[in-house]
Ligand binder design. Structure first.
Ligand code: ADP
Ligand code: MG
Length: 235
């Protein structure tokens, strides 16, 4: 079997000349000034840059949570600007997964039901949703924790449950905004290893913002946001 190298795969997501300006009390703040990005299935791409450089703005734009002022955001060859509100919502639900610094797990549900929830919202029956949730938790090394509620799990375990949940709908792109910002170094390593394994085994494109340069060992590529543009990081 021949496997196409990542760099030769067709991008699943493209951002072309993306610009975004916020109006603030002190005037216009240009955050993105022509950012370009291509993400391919199976790769893990790091996004670094100091606090305030626009990482979250870029991730929200790629995640169809915010629209750029100009420039193209394309997922699976579809121009996001041409999507209806309903298509945007569906694309977010079906093709994109999100992981944040704070996991937003439902405290009253155990791990398996937290992961199964997005599937059940999409109409998948409970038994099948739980089977898939169980597999995802297993892939995160959490089989022993299926019946635990978030409050009974460590921070790193909670975050891995959140990653499993973000994968429930089999997204093509996983967007993670400082997913370990709240965790100790050991746990951080485990979470990044899980994200990397996910990229490879699920053939998801993972885009992860971090300001911790040590974590770039897990990345296929590292981009830096500087003056509103993305360039290959020099690390
Ligand atoms: P990062 O994630 O790299 O810290 P952000 O994308 O959150 O950067 O923010 C980039 C800049 O844009 C910051 O100066 C921030 O204060 C500003 N900013 C972010 N969101 C808004 C907003 N909704 N309105 C005005 N300014 C914003
Ligand atoms: Mg941020």
């Amino acid at each position: 079997m021949s496997i196409t190298p990542i760099s030769q795969r067709k991008p699943i997501m493209r951002l072309v000349d993306v610009c975004r300006t916020y109006s603030t009390g002190e005037g216009a703040l240009e955050v993105l000034k022509g950012a370009n990005l291509e993400l391919r299935p199976g790769e893990m791409v790091g996004l670094v840059g100091p606090s305030g450089s626009g990482k979250s703005t870029l991730l929200h734009t790629a995640g169809l949570l915010e629209s750029p002022d100009s420039g193209l955001v394309e997922i699976d060859d579809v121009d996001a600007a041409r999507m209806s509100e309903r298509e945007r919502t569906l694309t977010r639900r079906k093709k994109l997964g999100f992981v944040y610094q704070f996991h937003h797990l439902l405290p009253e549900l155990n791990a398996i039901d937290n992961v199964a929830a997005p599937l059940m919202i999409d109409g998948v029956n409970r038994k099948i949703a739980r089977e898939r949730a169980s597999k995802l938790l297993q892939a995160m090394g959490l089989s022993e924790r299926e019946r635990h509620q978030p409050g009974q799990l460590s921070g790193g375990e909670q975050q891995r449950v959140a990653i499993a949940r973000s994968l429930a709908n089999q997204p093509r792109v996983l967007i993670a905004d400082e997913p370990t910002g709240n965790l100790d170094p050991m746990t951080t390593t485990a979470v990044f290893q899980s994200l990397f394994d996910t990229a490879r085994t699920e053939q998801v494109a993972v885009l992860v913002a971090t300001h911790n340069l040590e974590l770039t060992t897990y990345m296929d590529r590292v981009l830096t946001l500087k003056d509103g543009q993305l360039t290959d990081a020099d690390i």
